[in-house]
Design a protein around this ligand. Structure first.
Ligand code: 2OP
Length: 223
């Protein structure tokens, strides 16, 4: 299957450009043997809160949800020192990008594509992480759901992209490592690529990705 590459490439942020497990990686030695379990629970709860609140018609910003999810994870995994909370949150605010993120953005920019990110992240945390990761100058737009007070995968959120770039959904290639986000983007009419770094099984059969890629380095080969 060939990749169709409309001119605008929009990336999910957390888990796609930014490594959500980079925070625990910075404290791994102190966190002990259950460090990875803690990080997985942290991420799962953070997402769960965003979806359940949106379903209930409420909104709490993603940074607050990130802190609450960490509190929950620390309570559930008592072997990890609760004193690491501040360091973990500071690290999350300035997450590392995946090593292939910047080269992929640069390759797309060199080919004349517009690029951006659309994230559930609140504006401050998104700016903090994108700046710290050195991605800012290679992104034409950094879009947060916060203006709408609802989270992906609500269709209104994907509409922020078409509004920002004054384009139609078919002009957009949406890139995410989160299969649920690929579902939302596909349902909205974007051509979505799934970055399946973790080799997870496929889901959401009604809303398949246009293509599955192992990582962002494959994007550089798109024309
Ligand atoms: C995002 O950046 C939460 O990964 C999700 O929107």
């Amino acid at each position: 299957m060939s990749v169709i590459s409309p001119p605008i490439f929009i990336f999910d942020a957390y888990g796609t450009l930014l490594d959500v497990h980079a925070a625990i990686a910075r404290c791994r030695a102190e966190a002990g043997p259950e460090a990875d379990r803690l990080s997985a629970i942290w991420r799962t709860k953070q997402l769960e809160y965003s979806w359940t609140l949106t379903l209930a018609g409420h909104y709490v910003d993603f940074w607050t949800l990130t802190e609450r999810a960490l509190d929950y994870a620390l309570a559930l995994v008592p072997s990890v020192d609760k004193g690491l909370k501040t360091r973990l949150l500071e690290a999350y605010f300035k997450l590392d990008a995946f090593p292939d993120a910047l080269p992929a953005l640069r390759a797309l920019k060199a080919k004349g594509h517009k690029t951006g990110t659309l994230s559930n992240g609140s504006p401050d945390m998104l700016k903090g992480a994108v700046d710290a990761a050195g991605l800012t100058s290679d992104l034409d737009a950094v879009l947060s759901v916060d203006v709408l007070k609802m989270f992906k995968p609500r269709p209104e959120v994907y509409g922020l992209v078409t509004e920002c770039f004054k384009c139609t959904p078919s002009d957009v290639t949406f890139v995410s490592s989160n299969r649920w986000d690929v579902m939302g983007a596909t349902a909205f009419g974007f051509r979505a690529l799934w970055i399946n770094r973790a080799k997870m099984p496929d889901e959401y059969p009604e809303f398949p990705p246009k293509q599955v890629l192992a990582d962002l380095s494959a994007l550089a080969a798109l024309s």
